[in-house]
Write a protein that binds this ligand. Structure first.
Ligand code: NAD
Length: 301
């Protein structure tokens, strides 16, 4: 195990007779040295599980992502080598969806700036006028597990929900009361846009100079999906005219390049350090779901 997981997960595996080598934070080089002899690799999004690691792991039978995203894994190569790839796609949906709504409210009510000022012992009453979510149009890009949950919560708050997806999700849409539309209509017609697609070659820089230009002035963008879905450079060009931007994910994590200093330092931007799934409940559910999927994968060995 290369990353921090719920204690319960280590316990459950040991209980079932697995020998667990728990090394949260291990370096890439360390992993390459240690991986031989391991049959199952449990990891999160920190390390790139690429050709070099997969080939060093000549005894691997399962790659197990402690979470959802598999974009840091060379899934094709693993499958070609007969290594099963499993994850826990359902466990953190509620946590991520709640964070997206929380970020939306934070931006609409300027909560970060206000709290920050009060912490400096100022009393900025009257400095910012917030906006309600009620009655506003929320554009949801990607109406999958998380996107549809965000839509559901947004409907409960009285928002009108537009969404864009490439799958037929009409049944969920009807149940929730959300309206499917093209990406262009969504971007042009939303007061806030929230991004929930998985990272694929089609969604890489899906929000770029051209598409960001379609978003009206004063609209808000929330991204809790993957940083690479938004072209950071293009986003910088639009910050001044937007109502605010809240990001739980960045193209570079942790951010180091100068461009992120500009982005993160901008008064209209709030960034959280990829904590969508970091709740006690999600971590606990991941342990159960991932264990079940690992057991399913090794059942046939
Ligand atoms: P999902 O697969 O259930 O849903 C993604 C949806 O996007 C699908 O309905 C799919 O059809 C749609 N989609 C894919 N390509 C598209 C395109 N080009 N145009 C329009 N729609 C497209 O995924 P999910 O479980 O809801 O996860 C959503 C995102 O959240 C993923 O990027 C995942 O990695 C991310 N995530 C982030 C955190 C976090 O900590 N911030 C935690 C978990 C998941």
């Amino acid at each position: 195990m290369t990353d921090k997981v719920a204690e319960k997960f280590v316990h459950l595996l040991r209980e079932r007779g697995f020998e667990v080598d728990y090394r949260p934070g291990i370096s890439r080089e360390g992993l390459i040295r240690a991986i031989k002899g391991c049959n199952i690799l449990v990891f999160r999004g920190r390390l790139r599980i690429d050709k070099e690691i997969i080939e060093a792991g000549s005894d691997l039978v399962v790659l197990a992502r402690y979470g959802i995203g598999l974009d840091n894994v060379d899934v094709d190569l693993a499958l070609k080598k007969g290594i099963a790839v499993v994850n826990a796609p359902n466990a953190s949906c509620i946590s991520v969806a709640e964070l997206a709504i929380g970020l939306l409210i934070s931006v609409f009510r300027n909560i970060y700036a206000l709290v920050d000022a009060v912490k400096r012992m100022e009393w900025p009453k009257g400095r910012f006028t917030g906006r309600e979510l009620y009655g506003k149009k929320l554009g949801v890009i990607g109406f999958g597990r998380i996107g549809s949950k965000v839509a559901e919560y947004a409907r409960a708050l009285g928002m009108n929900v537009l969404f864009h997806d490439i799958r037929d999700v009409s049944e969920d849409a009807r149940r929730i009361g959300a309206v499917q539309t093209s990406l262009e209509n969504l971007l042009k017609g939303s007061d806030a846009v929230t991004v929930h697609v998985q990272l694929t070659p089609l969604t890489y820089h899906m929000l770029n100079e051209r598409t960001l230009s379609m978003i009206p002035d004063n609209a808000v963008i929330v991204n809790t999906s993957r940083g690479e879905v938004i072209d950071t450079k293009a986003l910088l060009n639009h910050l001044d005219r937007l109502g605010g931007v809240a990001l739980d994910v960045l193209e570079q994590e942790p951010p180091k390049d100068e461009i992120y200093r500009k982005l993160i330092g901008h008064p209209k931007v709030i960034v959280t350090p990829h904590i969508g799934a970091e709740t006690a409940e999600a971590m606990d559910r991941i342990a159960d779901e991932l264990l079940q999927n690992i057991m399913e994968a090794i059942k046939w060995l």
